[in-house]
Each structure stands twice: as structure tokens, then as C-alpha cells.
Design a protein around this ligand. Structure first.
Ligand SMILES: Cc1cc2nc3c(=O)[nH]c(=O)nc-3n(C[C@H](O)[C@H](O)[C@H](O)COP(=O)(O)OP(=O)(O)OC[C@H]3O[C@@H](n4cnc5c(N)ncnc54)[C@H](O)[C@@H]3O)c2cc1C
Length: 589
């Protein structure tokens, strides 16, 4: 029996028919992902994308998920010296990790791109990430950074080395490929890079870097993007230049990259993270060290173009953990008995599972909306919308992964806390997402920066207006009214920010970020609900949008204690992705 057929005709997915999420095709069992692909991919790409995602969903739910557990227990280790005491700084991976990397390279975005002979749309890339992070979010770190370094090399590496390095980063097969990595954080700070102390000295044609990097993930990558201050350059962020450090010098000998130790991490153990010293490490410069303060040619600005892409990646990784957590919880709750009935027949369990789906679909709407805008360079409004959607998506996706992973652990009771069940690892892994590529507060400050410097909120509110204007179905009227009111109130928030002192603005950065995220997600869910009602007559997405709006945009009297039983009545439709009759949707919010 295939994943697809484990539901009665048009009926809800029957989670009790699965022994566990492991072994299922995670693409086929995810109707919301499939709907998002339908929504965001160009019609000409859909059939092709469906084919590659069916294959990828099978791998991620099957061998990749299975190996992830083995790798977590057998993480990479550092072999510092060879038998003669020569420093080799080799990272030794478990054989299952090598098999994992091979599958991910050959069957994932790299291999698919090579076989198709074309770039893959970012939305499809995000679907790859979302599915892979459900099984092994650490491995997404290596693929994401390789993609990021590739784009920096393509745009900024000196012509003399560009093609040869690109050929490795774009290798059609795992054999002969190079990974990329990004070493920015130093011991004095990851958020505040102005304190960076690594120094770059020009020596004829080449640059030599000296200094220490404190967090270096995918440390055995062969192409490393990093920041250093050329001798005599300005203090602070302005003086930082962007460099590419290959694992080998031009003469073929080992470069001056010394791995001091591997971090003993809480999670994401499949990717090695290390402390590294650069000692006369040979490097290629990829920015103009004399660039003006605001110039695109400044090192930090160029590096941040990679960071913005990887922030979307981290948002998607969190989203993947949200999905896996729901799936683990739903399957467990469909099997486990307590007090004479299945867990998922108890009212509070139903509400937890419904809330997980609502949070997941709200975050998915925003993450894939951002992905659909990546690279909209010709369209200024699209660029500004992308600019602000990325930190909003990172804020929601990363925290959502952590929250849902914790709920999945709780759903599994004592078993959830035990490492033989996958939810414990998911919870450990998820914590990383709120920190790397910008800790949560830094992301909130980035939202304020996007508003102040680029008026990115105007583009966001235009998008919200467009979504709300599309909503006409009478069943959505009451929900829409609440969202429209929140949209009006947003003007007051913006006016408040404009007149507030800097410390007050910063004090409220998290609230403002949460506000904009809630409003955007509500509007996008309403737009999707309208489309679903029009296309199929089902009110399932409307039920999801209603719960989202009720819980995030409305100050409920008595904190929501009421006769409203919609989560119980719509439970099977919402969690099992089955159509819902409009008559089942409560009239009010
Ligand atoms: C597993 C892992 C892998 C990593 N891999 C890499 C890597 O490959 N390359 C790399 O360059 N880095 C990497 N990092 C580092 C990561 O990017 C940093 O840890 C992160 O940017 C935060 O920097 P920090 O640790 O110095 O914390 P700090 O900057 O010291 O921040 C500590 C806390 O203070 C808050 N804070 C800081 N400034 C402000 C402010 N102005 N207002 C309000 N709050 C503030 C932060 O939100 C955070 O909560 C990795 C981290 C982890 C955990």
C-alpha cells in the first residue's frame, strides 16, 4: 500500500495505519507542501518538480532519516596528527555519514541541477531543504553553505581561480566535489562582527590571513568564505574584506588552516563545527578593501548577501522540524492508548495536534512566499518584500521548530525524552536554528533595520493588502474583519516606532517582529483559504486560517475559555488534510 492510499477516498490521512513516520515518503504524505509547490512553481516546472520531490521524499523519509540517527550517535571526530606526529587536521566521518553526503549530493539539489542542466527554482530548493531537515538538519548546514559560497565565488572570486573552484562546488557528482563553509564568528562575538581581529596581509599576488575563528561549521569544506581586516584598513565593519580560503595553497600543499578542536555540541552533530586558527592562510580577496562605507563592494555587504540566503535556509530548516514533530506526534497519538482510548481521541491532545498544524501552515505560508521572491532583483518592491520576509520567516520558522519539537517530546511522554525515539534529537537540533545565522534578537533588530533603511514594511503591507483584498467568500468574512483591523492597527505601530527613542524601539523589536509575522501569516493563510474554497469548495484551510487569526490576532475574552468546539469538530480534516464542509466552519471568530 502506498502512502497515498492510506486514506479513504477523499477522507483524512489515517495515522494509525503507519507504524512510524520513518520509512514513509515524506513528500507524498504532505498535502500542504504539495499545495505550496502547486501555488509557487511555474506551471512548466510542476511535473518535473513533482518527480524529483517524490524521489527526494522517499529518500528523506527512508535511508536518510535512518542514517541520521546513526550519525548523531557517531559524530565526526578530529584526527589531529598522523602516525609521525605531522599535523593533518583530518575530520573522520562515520561511513554512514559519507553515504549520507553522497545521497544528498547526488540526489539532492546539486545532482538534480546537473541532470536537468539548469538552475533549480528557489521554491523547489526550499522544498528540498524542508524535507531534508526533517531527517538531518545538520546536513542541510553543509549543503546550504556550499550553495552560499558558490554564489559568492560566481560573483566575486578572481577570474584566475573562479572557474576551477566553481567546477568543484557545482560538481554533478559527489566524487570530486568540494563543500563550502563560512567562518565569520570570532571569540569576541558573532553578532557584533565589528570586533573581528583576523588580519589580512598582501604578499605580492596573494593574501595571507592570520587570526582565529570561533565557530566554523562544515569545517572540512574545501572552499571557505571568511572576513578579515587588511592591514591599514578602517576599524569596525567598514574595514572588513571578504576572502576565499581554499583548503590547499596554490602550490598544492595544505593551507594554513589549523583545526584546534571540535565543538561538543547539543545538537546538529552530523556537521562538524570547530575552532580554527588561520596561520598565513593563503586567500583570494573577493571584495574591494578600499570600498566606500555603503558600497556593495564592501566585504561585509557581500558576505551578508550570503547570510540573507542562509537565513531563509535556517527558517526552512526550522519549518522541517515543525513538520517532523507534527508527524511524530500524530502517528504516536494514533497508536498510544490512555484511559481506554487513543491519545488522539482526548480533547487536549486534539487541540495540541491541531495547533501544531496551524503553526506549521502559518509558518509554511511565509517561508515559501519568501522563497518565491528570492532573486527578484529586477523588481524593487519584490526585493524589499524579500528583504523583510526573510528575517520574519527566520524568526517564526526557527522558534516554531523548537516549540513543536518540544510539544512532540511531550506528546510521546517519557518515551519522548529518550534518545531511542527521534523527537529528542529533533529538539536538540532545533535549538541551533534560533542562534545560527543571527540570534533571535539580532533578527528582530534586522526587521527594524529593513523598515528604517528600506521602508520594507511598505512592500510587506502592500502584499498583506493584496492578500486580504482577494478574500471574498462569505465564510471568511468574520476572520477577514479581524485581519483588516490588525492591518489598520499596524499603522499605529509604525507611527510609534517613528517617534520612539532608539532604546524604546529596540525594546519592542521582538513585539514588532511578532506582530508583522502574525499579520503576514494570517493574510497569506486567508488568501490560501479563499483559493481553496473557490477551487474545491473545501473549508479546511479556512478552518486553519480562522484558528490562526483567533489565537494570534484577537484578544479573546476569558483567554479563549468558551463553548467553541471547532478544534474538536474539525480535528480529522485539519490534521488529516481532508476536505471540510463550509457548514462546519463557525460563523464568528
Ligand atoms: C552549532 C553552531 C554552529 C555555528 N556555525 C557557525 C559557522 O559556521 N560560521 C560562523 O561564522 N558562525 C557560526 N556559528 C556562530 C553563530 O552564528 C553565533 O553564535 C551567533 O551569530 C551569535 O553570536 P554569539 O554566539 O557571539 O552571541 P552574542 O553575539 O554574544 O549574543 C549573545 C546573546 O545576546 C543577544 N544580543 C547580542 N547583541 C544584541 C543586541 N544588540 N540587542 C539585543 N540582544 C543582543 C543575542 O541575541 C544572543 O541572545 C555557529 C553557532 C552554533 C551554535
Amino acid at each position: 500500500m502506498t502512502t497515498e492510499t492510506r486514506r479513504t477516498e477523499g477522507g483524512p490521512i489515517d495515522y494509525s495505519s503507519f507504524e512510524s513516520p520513518g520509512g514513509l515518503n515524506w513528500y507524498l504524505i504532505d498535502p500542504n507542501l504539495r499545495a505550496l509547490m502547486e501555488r509557487h512553481l511555474a506551471p512548466a516546472d510542476r511535473e518535473w518538480a513533482e518527480g524529483v520531490l517524490v524521489r527526494w521524499g522517499e529518500l528523506c523519509g527512508g535511508p536518510i532519516a535512518r542514517r541520521a540517527e546513526v550519525i548523531d550517535r557517531n559524530p565526526p571526530r578530529l584526527e589531529r596528527y598522523d602516525a609521525w606526529g605531522n599535523e593533518i587536521g583530518e575530520i573522520v566521518h562515520h561511513p554512514e555519514a559519507i553515504a549520507q553526503k553522497r545521497d544528498i549530493w547526488d540526489e539532492g539539489p546539486q545532482g538534480v541541477r546537473a541532470r536537468a542542466g539548469r538552475e533549480i527554482p528557489t521554491v523547489l530548493g526550499s522544498a528540498f531543504t524542508y524535507l531534508l531537515s526533517q531527517s538531518d538538519t545538520g546536513m542541510v548546514c553543509s549543503t546550504g553553505m556550499t550553495g552560499g559560497v558558490e554564489s559568492l565565488v560566481a560573483r566575486y572570486a578572481p577570474p584566475a581561480v573562479r572557474e576551477s573552484i566553481l567546477a568543484r562546488l557545482q560538481s554533478p557528482t559527489f566524487d570530486g566535489s568540494w563543500d563550502g563553509a563560512m567562518f565569520m564568528t570570532e571569540i569576541r562575538g558573532g553578532s557584533d562582527l565589528a570586533t573581528s581581529e583576523t588580519v589580512a596581509r598582501q604578499d605580492g599576488e596573494r593574501w595571507l590571513l592570520n587570526g582565529s575563528k570561533w565557530f566554523c561549521s562544515n569545517v572540512d569544506a574545501r572552499a571557505i568564505a571568511t572576513l578579515a581586516r587588511p592591514v591599514g584598513a578602517a576599524e569596525g565593519l567598514r574595514g572588513l574584506a571578504l576572502f576565499l580560503v581554499p583548503a590547499e595553497r596554490a602550490d598544492g600543499t595544505r593551507n594554513g588552516i589549523h583545526i584546534k578542536r571540535l565543538k561538543d555540541k547539543l545538537g546538529t552533530r552530523s556537521v562538524p563545527t570547530a575552532e580554527v586558527d588561520f596561520v598565513d592562510a593563503e586567500a583570494h580577496i573577493m571584495s574591494n578593501p578600499r570600498a566606500e562605507a555603503d558600497s556593495e563592494a564592501r566585504g561585509l555587504n557581500r558576505m551578508m548577501s550570503m547570510v540573507n540566503g542562509s537565513r531563509l535556509g535556517v527558517a526552512t530548516m526550522g519549518l522541517g522540524i515543525m513538520r517532523r514533530s507534527f508527524l511524530e506526534a500524530a502517528v504516536y497519538a494514533a497508536h498510544r492508548l490512555a484511559f481506554g482510548k487513543r491519545l488522539d481521541e482526548h480533547a487536549m491532545v486534539r487541540e495540541t495536534l491541531v495547533n501544531m498544524v496551524v503553526a506549521l501552515e502559518g509558518a509554511s505560508a511565509m517561508v515559501f512566499e519568501a522563497a518565491s521572491l528570492a532573486g527578484s532583483t529586477g523588481d524593487e518592491k519584490g526585493r524589499r518584500l524579500y528583504r523583510i520576509l526573510v528575517p520574519l520567516a527566520k524568526f517564526r520558522g526557527a522558534r516554531g521548530g523548537l516549540e513543536l519539537a518540544s510539544q512532540a517530546v511531550e506528546m510521546l511522554g517519557g518515551n519522548g525524552y529518550i534518545e531511542t525515539w527521534p523527537s529528542a534529537r529533533q529538539l536538540r537540533d532545533a535549538q541551533c536554528h534560533t542562534i545560527w545565522e543571527g540570534a533571535e534578537n539580532i533578527i528582530c533588530l534586522d526587521v527594524l533595520r529593513a523598515m528604517a533603511k528600506e521602508s520594507a514594511h511598505d512592500a510587506l503591507l502592500d502584499r498583506v493588502d493584496r492578500a486580504l483584498a482577494s478574500v471574498e467568500h462569505p465564510a471568511l468574512a468574520a476572520i477577514k474583519d479581524i485581519a483588516v483591523q490588525a492591518r489598520r492597527d499596524t499603522q499605529e505601530v509604525i507611527a510609534f516606532l517613528a517617534r520612539a527613542d532608539k532604546d524604546i524601539r529596540q525594546l519592542h523589536a521582538r513585539r514588532v517582529t511578532a506582530w508583522l509575522a502574525d499579520l503576514t501569516q494570517a493574510a497569506l493563510l486567508l488568501e490560501q483559504a479563499e483559493d481553496e474554497l473557490r477551487q474545491s469548495g473545501s473549508a479546511r484551510k479556512a478552518a486553519v486560517a480562522r484558528l490562526f487569526v483567533r489565537d494570534r490576532l484577537l484578544q479573546s475574552p476569558l483567554r479563549g475559555i468558551s463553548e467553541d468546539r471547532s478544534v474538536l469538530d474539525a480535528f480529522e480534516s485539519i490534521t488529516g488534510y481532508a476536505p471540510l464542509d463550509v457548514s462546519a466552519l463557525p460563523a464568528g471568530v
